[in-house]
Ligand binder design. Structure first.
Ligand SMILES: CC(=O)SCCNC(=O)CCNC(=O)[C@H](O)C(C)(C)COP(=O)(O)OP(=O)(O)OC[C@H]1O[C@@H](n2cnc3c(N)ncnc32)[C@H](O)[C@@H]1OP(=O)(O)O
Ligand SMILES: O=CC(=O)O
Ligand SMILES: [Mg+2]
Length: 526
């Protein structure tokens, strides 16, 4: 089939998003950029093979001049992005859109990525919700009759949209019969539907860019921005993007990524959960020296995580860019004791980030907005950010970023069970259309679920010994999958639960490691 084709169903109002100009932009982006996207994905695979063969990540020799040239800076903060002391994240369904915008956070990361299942309905309806929110007309009534609308008594959070990563296809929109890029589709639909409206309100089309593995991938986004601005007839530099440093390779290219996007840059964010996933994935076949202990014991203060966040703040402030902290996954609980512990942990996490020089940070839940805001206000006072605090005292080496071996903690049966249970529960939710869920008082999303299933794979394929002396074998993992499914107590005889169990089992046990759990899961979706 020549040209662009929408193969997903056209529900009510979908024509307001899938307009001829939006589709023309997708077609142009696909033709001009998709071959390079595919080539960059091939390069990821080559680098991964080199690391499996013993190569180590390092700062790049060919970009030394960019790192050593002290003269360049990114663009000054755009309207609505000067003060980012607290940012809330979440999916773009109608109720959460209203709740996030009303939450008192400075920024809302409107998520089409880690917190979202890219069901066709979510992809297009999410854009309609954003459009209605920008128009100020969005409303929602829940089945119990509770009515939701935007507040008028305080400023709404600035909207920053996170499109899908470069690896994910969008199968419901094809060009010449090929699936398009999920990320370019999310970007183009938002830009075409809401870009001009954001400019009319005195802000702009702003993005968070996930899961990049190199500065060349940032260059590809920059080229998408130039094409998008040209198509809309809006000035270069109107689009702004904050890049998540959340893959191991990208940690070695922070300044290069800022440089590639400099006229569109709105800084970097420490995407700690995907980072941990990427650390596991990158070294998954390099033996037990590269094995991390139980997920819960890898805190932000272990040496390799500390090196990463220190380098991020230093790199950003050196270039006049915001450094935004990561997600504390604790969410409020109805149990007072658990609740108190959750708030204490989030408070300590945000205080550490503010003290280290971050300009703001993320929360997963409206109940956590205040605690984050207070931690940053204690350091920032009335200043919108602390970009001027350069961290010249920080000197991070490649060896420090790679120092996984000194991470304290054990691999335990409880950790293995937890990973299995969370992985299966999350996949069931994801296949049902929910990309973020609360499990055991923690926010779980695609990034945290990737950690869970990758740890099981790595422990199994490296024959790791648990703290109690058991070895992780196929038989043990199969038995624990059985037991954890019984403990979950859902009906595993069919539907999403059966698919989740099958997908998880395959991801954990197969000899071949799957790069992203969302890829086989997306194939199971209509
Ligand atoms: C690794 C990363 O990438 S982190 C970023 C991606 N992940 C996310 O964005 C996760 C965001 N968080 C969430 O999705 C949710 O907080 C969950 C799913 C974890 C928990 O949500 P719930 O089970 O609804 O929690 P809870 O019942 O305590 O919510 C209370 C209210 O707050 C709302 N709420 C909770 N989290 C959010 C949020 N992030 N944004 C907007 N509203 C929210 C709920 O909708 C609910 O509203 P209501 O009282 O009007 O019905
Ligand atoms: O996207 C954020 C992360 O921690 O992953
Ligand atoms: Mg992430």
């Amino acid at each position: 089939m020549a040209g662009i084709e929408v193969t997903g169903p056209m529900h009510e109002r979908f024509d307001e998003v899938l307009t001829p100009s939006a589709l023309a932009l997708i077609e142009r982006l696909h033709r001009e950029l998709n071959p390079r996207r595919l080539e960059l994905l091939r390069r990821r695979a080559e680098r991964s093979a080199a690391i499996a063969a013993g190569a180590d990540l390092d700062f790049l020799a060919e970009t030394k001049d960019i790192r050593e040239d002290d003269s360049w800076r990114v663009a000054p903060p755009a309207p609505g992005l000067e003060d980012r002391r607290v940012e809330i994240t979440g999916p773009t369904d109608r109720k959460m859109t209203i709740n996030a915008l009303n939450s008192g956070a400075k920024v809302w990361l409107a998520d089409q990525e880690d917190a979202n299942t890219p069901l066709w309905e979510n992809v297009v309806q999410g854009q309609l919700n954003l459009s209605d929110a920008i128009d100020g007309t969005i409303e929602f009534t829940n089945p119990g009759g509770k009515h939701y609308a935007l507040r008028t008594d305080q400023p709404l959070a600035t909207i920053v949209v996170r499109p899908r990563g470069w690896h994910l296809p969008e199968k419901h929109i094809t060009v010449d019969g090929e699936p398009t890029s999920g990320g370019l589709v999310d970007f183009a639909l938002y830009l075409a539907t809401s870009g001009q409206k954001q400019l009319d309100r005195g802000q702009g089309p702003y993005f968070y860019l996930p899961k990049m593995e190199s500065h060349l991938e940032a260059r590809l986004w920059n080229d998408a921005f130039v094409i998008g601005q040209d198509a809309l007839g809006i000035p270069r530099g109107t689009i702004r993007a904050t890049v998540l440093i959340e893959t191991y390779p990208a940690a070695f290219e922070m300044e290069e990524i800022l440089y590639e996007l400099r006229e569109h840059s709105a800084g970097l964010n420490a995407g700690r959960w995907d980072y941990m996933f990427s650390v596991i994935k990158t070294h998954r076949t390099r033996g037990t020296d590269f094995v991390l202990p139980d997920r819960n014991s890898v805190t932000m203060t272990v040496p390799f995580m500390r090196a990463y966040t220190e380098l991020l703040v230093r790199s950003c402030h050196k270039r006049g860019a915001h450094a935004v902290g990561g997600m504390a996954a604790f969410i409020p609980s109805k149990d007072p004791e658990i609740n108190e512990a959750a708030f204490a942990k989030v408070r300590a996490d945000k205080e550490r980030e503010a003290g280290d020089g971050f300009d703001g940070s993320w929360v997963a839940h409206p109940g956590m907005v205040e605690v984050c805001r207070d931690a940053f206000t204690a350091v920032l006072g009335d200043r919108p950010n602390q970009i001027s605090r350069t961290r010249d005292d920080v000197h991070v080496t490649a060896a420090q970023l790679l120092d996984v071996a000194s991470t304290p903690g054990d691999v335990t049966e409880a950790g293995l069970r937890g990973n299995i249970s969370v992985g299966i529960q999350y996949l069931a939710a994801w296949l049902g259309g929910l990309g973020a869920v609360g499990i055991n008082n923690l926010m779980e999303d695609a990034a945290t679920a990737e950690i869970s299933r990758s740890q099981v794979w790595q422990w199994l394929h490296n024959g790791v010994e648990l703290a109690d002396g058991q070895r992780v074998t196929r038989e043990l993992v199969e038995r624990l999958i059985d037991e954890e499914c019984t403990a979950i107590g859902a009906d595993f005889s069919g539907g999403h639960w059966a698919e989740a169990r099958a997908t998880f089992t395959d991801l954990a046990l197969a000899d071949h490691y799957t790069d992203f759990l969302t890829l086989p899961a997306y194939e199971r979706m209509p």
